[in-house]
Design a protein around this ligand. Structure first.
Ligand SMILES: [Zn+2]
Length: 282
């Protein structure tokens, strides 16, 4: 089967939860396009990608380009986030989940690694990202229960109460949209960097620390009900090849021309399992 045919199969299954980014009406599959009730039409590319975004022309992003996502994929596949993938799948396995939305999915590699540990092999994962280069790559996984959609995270092409779980890994998110598309009692798994995350790289390049971990955490506690918090703190030795992947996947490094020489890398992350607070407007 070709990628576009897998996309057709996935979109057929998702027809009930997709909505038009222009008029929010229902999207239905017609041949190789998604068409809304007002005839806004979105074509599915050969790579299986649809742009459900309020523009017909995607600007090429100079930072989040294909090169960044290929390197990101290679680094993730090096096993540095294995504990993260296992911990997230352990959480998912405790609940009755059929649809997962990853906000800021990029090349989709975190999602597909997580899916390997899921007990329920029928869970559908939808990745959304504004970077078309990332989504095109992520649709390499389209023969699994995975589909990547180019979309604005502030205007998701999904109906209200349509997904069981939202994943948000080291990426910005929009709380209003989370609240809108998440089912009642749905879960959010949000992953944020601890101050030690990639500290060896930042120290060697004299780059300042990540935004205050405490400020991020206070913000999360003010907006959500925290069901559970887990932490990951692993320091790995890193070879030259993985270091090259890491260097090229990190937007901070864009203005730096030489790859620093480091022997270790720390992956330090907070994992928050959250629910929407029902007593407060977000
Ligand atoms: Zn429409």
């Amino acid at each position: 089967m070709k990628k576009i045919d897998f996309a057709i199969k996935h979109y057929k299954d998702l027809e009930n939860i997709l909505s038009c980014p222009f008029c929010q009406s229902k999207l239905a599959l017609k041949n190789y396009s998604l068409v809304c009730l007002k005839n806004h039409t979105f074509n599915i590319s050969k790579k299986g990608t649809v742009i459900l975004y309020k523009t017909s022309k995607m600007k090429e992003n100079k930072i989040y380009n294909e090169n960044l996502f290929v390197n990101r994929r290679n680094f993730i596949n090096g096993g540095f986030y294995k504990e993260l993938h296992q911990k997230i799948s352990d959480i998912v396995n405790q609940y009755k989940i059929t649809t997962i939305l990853d906000m800021g999915s990029g090349d989709g590699t975190h999602d597909i690694q997580i899916s390997h540990y899921l007990n329920n092999k029928n869970v559908m994962i939808i990745g959304v990202d504004l970077a078309k280069e990332g989504i095109d790559l992520s649709n390499d996984y389209i023969d699994s229960n995975y589909i990547g959609i180019v979309s604005d995270l502030n205007h998701l092409p999904l109906k209200e109460n349509s997904v069981d779980l939202i994943l948000n890994i080291l990426s910005p998110s929009n709380e209003k949209e989370i609240k809108r598309v998440l089912k009642q009692d749905g879960l959010i798994i949000k992953v944020t960097p601890k101050k030690e995350y990639l500290q060896e790289l930042r120290t060697s390049l004299n780059i300042k620390d990540y935004e205050n971990e405490k400020i991020i955490e206070d913000n999360i506690y003010s907006k959500y009900e925290v069901v559970k918090k887990e932490e990951i703190m692993n320091t790995y030795s890193i070879d030259d090849e993985s270091l090259k992947y890491l260097f090229n996947m990190t937007p901070l490094m864009n203005h730096i021309t030489h790859i620093p020489s480091i022997d270790f890398v720390t992956i330090a992350l907070n994992i928050y399992v959250l629910r929407i607070k029902d007593d407060k407007e977000l």
